[in-house]
Design a protein around this ligand. Structure first.
Ligand code: AMP
Length: 399
């Protein structure tokens, strides 16, 4: 894997795709700078070598051209603080001003380009637009894992203008290395925990995990389509009628492959989608009419925790229940603690996907697991076995 560590940036201009898609409040203050902070090591490596960094990113979802509400200008002061560098800002990501600013930038300085998505050409992966971006730098660095599954101009197309003068930044390199520890060479037993609302979102990942995992623990709303497919009564729990056949096929495949695919034995149910109504714990396949399973029950928790504590590799994607409601957080919380305990016993544990990452933070355990991925969609696609355009563009060797 070619990373920034294989390059000496002295006297060079690095064109770096970062993910500075940070949340802003109504006064345009940054409310969570985690994505910016994560990119600092890559930026500082370039600057400390004696190079300069030309940073490009998207911010939000602007429609129809420039819009001050989505300007990267709002990030300039903070970027200066966290890097200690002098920041120049180009108020148009392409054009004469940006070219002359990129030409006159000095070693140790940063040029931040305006929001790439002010141009539709960014998302459409336009080759001319990518060529215009490529003019600014000698070396292309991709450190935006969150958009690695998109074939956009700045995330993949631009790479072809740099020959082999291209590499991953530290975030990308870390994300890929950690994902590979799970998918390519997992220490066994490998337990995958898959939850969340819908089966349809997780079918491909389940199929792919079947090739490598020893045990798959299913939780969340998606469990009930499986329970129903097997003839259980699920009341008004989440159910996808058009996925019943596929659910049955997955159960068959798991059996044929010797993968232990577990469904929650019991559920904590509610008489409405609320934290304030009736509560009932029952077997997941005999939920009363008018009631819905909103969390895995105590028997399921016990069985799942015991599997997790036995594991040497754990992947967790998706909550076990509606953890946002206090009455239905126990399943997700217990799994989170079990994953932390497995980590302290030496297992490699990776948390991927927005909601499980949010859950692990909510329970104060984010520093007690091996790795929390930042790239929800990109990580999912990687685990689904898809090639990520942002990764492929760097890996493609030019002869
Ligand atoms: P996903 O984005 O597919 O990972 O789904 C996460 C969401 O699924 C969370 O907001 C949970 O509240 C929700 N969820 C988890 N379990 C259930 C359930 N049993 N019924 C309804 N929603 C659920």
């Amino acid at each position: 894997m070619q990373t920034v560590d294989q390059f000496d940036f002295s006297g060079k201009k690095a064109l770096v795709r970062v993910d500075f898609n940070v949340p802003l409040n109504d006064s345009f203050d940054i409310t969570d700078d985690a994505r910016m902070m994560a990119a600092v090591p890559t930026i500082l490596k370039i600057l400390k070598d004696g190079g300069s960094a030309i940073l490009m990113s998207h911010l939000g979802r602007p429609k129809g051209g420039p819009n001050p509400a989505f300007s990267l200008n709002h990030l300039v002061d903070h970027l200066g603080k966290i890097t200690g560098a002098h920041i120049h800002f180009a108020s148009d990501c392409i054009g004469e001003d940006a070219i002359s600013m990129a030409q006159s930038i000095k070693p140790g300085e940063i040029l931040l380009l305006e929001n790439l998505r002010f141009y539709d050409e960014e998302k459409s992966g336009d080759a001319d637009f990518a060529k215009k971006l490529a003019r600014y730098g000698d070396i292309y660095v991709n450190d935006a894992f969150g958009t690695a599954h998109r074939a956009h101009a700045s995330t993949s197309v631009v790479a072809s203008s740099f020959g082999n003068q291209k590499c991953f930044g530290y975030i990308m390199a870390n994300e890929i290395a950690n994902a590979n520890k799970v998918i390519a060479e997992p220490a066994k037993p490998f337990v995958a925990i898959v939850g969340g609302a819908k089966v349809s979102d997780k079918l491909l990942i389940l199929e792919n995990l079947m090739q490598v995992a020893d045990t798959i623990l299913i939780g969340g709303g998606m469990a009930y389509t499986f329970v129903s497919a097997l003839g259980g009564k699920i009341g008004t729990s989440l159910f996808e009628a058009d996925r019943v056949e596929l659910a049955l096929e997955l159960l068959e495949k798991a059996k044929a492959k010797g993968v232990k695919l577990m469904l929650p034995a019991d559920s904590v149910c509610a008489d409405g989608f609320t934290n304030d109504g009736g509560l009932l714990t029952c077997s997941s396949d005999s939920i009363k009419d008018g009631w819905m399973g909103l969390d895995i029950g105590p028997k399921a928790v016990e069985a799942y925790v015991s599997e997790i504590l036995n594991a040497k590799t754990v992947l967790w994607n998706g909550p076990m229940g509606v953890f946002e409601f206090s009455n239905f957080e126990n399943g997700t919380k217990s799994v989170a603690h079990a994953v932390a305990d497995a980590t302290s016993k030496g297992a490699f544990t990776l948390i991927g996907g927005g909601d499980s990452a949010a859950a692990i933070k909510q329970f104060g355990l984010k520093d007690d697991v091996s790795y929390v991925s930042t790239g929800g969609g990109a990580l999912l696609e990687y685990f689904e076995g898809k090639e990520l355009p942002g990764v492929a563009a760097i890996n493609a060797v030019v002869k």
